[in-house]
Design a protein around this ligand. Sequence first.
Ligand SMILES: Nc1ncnc2c1ncn2[C@@H]1O[C@H](COP(=O)(O)OP(=O)(O)O)[C@@H](O)[C@H]1O
Ligand SMILES: [Mg+2]
Length: 321
Amino acid sequence: MALLAVENLRVTYGAVEAVRNVSFHLDRGQILGIVGESGSGKSTLGYAIAKLLRPPGQIVGGHVWFDGVDLVPLSELELKPIRWRELAVVMQSGMNALNPVAPIRRQFEDAILTHRPMGAKAMRERVREMLALVNIEERYADHYPHELSGGMKQRVAIALALVLEPKLIIFDEPTTALDVVVQRYIVQNLKALRERYHFSALFISHDLGTVLEIADRVAVMYAGRLVEVQDARSLLQHPQHPYTQALLSCFPDPRADHIEVMGIPGSPPDLADVRPGCPFAPRCAQIIDRCWRETPAYLASPDGNGVACHMVKEREGSAYV
Ligand SMILES: Nc1ncnc2c1ncn2[C@@H]1O[C@H](COP(=O)(O)OP(=O)(O)O)[C@@H](O)[C@H]1O
Ligand SMILES: [Mg+2]
């Protein structure tokens, strides 16, 4: 059984449907990258899965199976034992969950005492150990968040997400506000932490380069929908959807440090606008008549990859039927 199976998930903000019938699954120990332009619904998807949407955002359809339990109908009280201990979230740096008025140590202690209490001595050791994991000296435990640099704060946020050893961590643009050197450092650090803790993760980013570096599989989002899911390696070599192809062709070396999802001409549709047809059609180089009339369904192949494109479906010998 997959650790996480999202099924036909739909999220609206009033009249705007920001996540449109999204389905995918995440196996244990895997990192799934979610990539797409700003406004494509990545954060909304991540927050919906963690049941952290704020009004007017609401889930209007679908399921989020986490370890066999559908989180969608659960109340706050029912979610309490799952949050942090089983499923943690690391937000965009600068907006992270650190409490500005408490020293770092207290934030770890509060999490431990609320969810998995232990004695004072063990707790002290645990804080030291968690900070060491992200290469932060213990003396910073008694500092306040504002006394740390952006990169350090983000590493503390990662350590704080890990402290209860959750099965799933959702990272939403964890490195976006940081400079390139710090970004690389954090990504390398995350890879090492994953070796040690075997967590699964959703890694959300608008930077395809970072996603390809860290993720086992990649989900590409466009205008609230998934348009392609593939193994990172095969996505790089054989992108199926014209949007993915365009993203990759913008860059001479796809292994470059940064592949900003901004290089293709035109802009994504307004999500409030519900015209028929493929949402990518106005920017697509491989368009056929049908693309203007019908929104392509997301089709999964037997190996769990998937694509939403009329062209790909009609290609001879396509695995997507
Ligand atoms: N708080 C909100 N209120 C109303 N609409 C929102 C809100 N947050 C996001 N949206 C809508 O959802 C779309 C997707 O936003 P978001 O999930 O933040 O995208 P991403 O993380 O990919 O940049 C936005 O383009 C906007 O139309
Ligand atoms: Mg976002």
